[in-house]
Design a protein around this ligand. Structure first.
Ligand code: HEM
Length: 185
């Protein structure tokens, strides 16, 4: 301990013995301070910008027209992302890495993804502004959407139905849940 003290004492004496040393030590302190401050503010802005995942509450069951589905794209909404598949609406919010902004399947967000899944394409042309009855698809393509639908049923809660034009929305009881509703967001 006394040795360490002697070393520290000699170091301080050396530093203060020359104005150049004092200048360099000051410079090092200044840049260290700047670096720490920058790191902290970067972290703070990261924390502010990153929406914590899985913090959305369970969505009450309801049915959607194509138009009503659109805002749930993870940008216009509070981070909620809904996707239509073969007439069902899935809450895929917890997979924002896939479907959120910048994700590989972000084009699906707030849309009926059935045709895109059938054709295995993420091209904008696979999303229609009017209700898509998929009547031009081949049986094999419909089968492949059904396979995707099974996967979605395993992973995501169903929040309601995608309505055909003129179809009336169901009125759901508040506690009404299906087995798929119980899946975590
Ligand atoms: C080079 C092309 C592609 C590659 C390498 C690729 C790769 C992947 C990988 C690694 C996953 C994650 C699997 C998992 O973790 O469960 C995935 C999921 C998925 N991919 Fe692709 N993909 C490609 C193209 C496409 C296309 C064109 C579509 C359009 C329909 C598509 C739709 C999906 C969907 C819907 C999921 C499931 C996401 C989920 O679990 O919610 N992929 N893909």
């Amino acid at each position: 301990m006394p040795q360490a003290f002697t070393f520290a004492r000699r170091f301080v004496d050396d530093v203060i013995s020359s104005p150049i040393n004092i200048f360099f030590v000051g410079l090092i302190c200044y840049f260290s301070y700047k670096l720490i401050k920058k790191d902290n503010s970067l972290q703070a802005s990261k924390d502010k910008n990153s929406k914590p995942k899985n913090q959305l509450s369970k969505m009450p069951k309801r049915d959607f027209t194509l138009e009503q589905l659109k805002p749930y794209d993870g940008v216009k909404s509070d981070g909620r992302i809904l996707i239509g598949v073969l007439g069902q609406v899935f809450d895929v919010s917890r997979a924002s890495d896939f479907y959120g902004p910048g994700g590989p399947y972000s084009v699906f967000a707030g849309r009926d993804a059935s045709r895109a899944l059938a054709t295995f394409s993420v091209d904008q042309s696979q999303f229609k502004d009017e209700y898509d009855d998929l009547s031009d698809l081949k049986p094999s393509q419909i089968d492949s959407i059904k396979e995707w639908e099974m996967q979605f049923l395993e992973k995501y809660p169903v929040v309601g139905r995608l309505l055909k034009p003129g179809e009336e929305p169901n009125v759901y009881e508040e506690e009404e849940t299906s087995s798929s509703d119980k899946k975590e967001l």
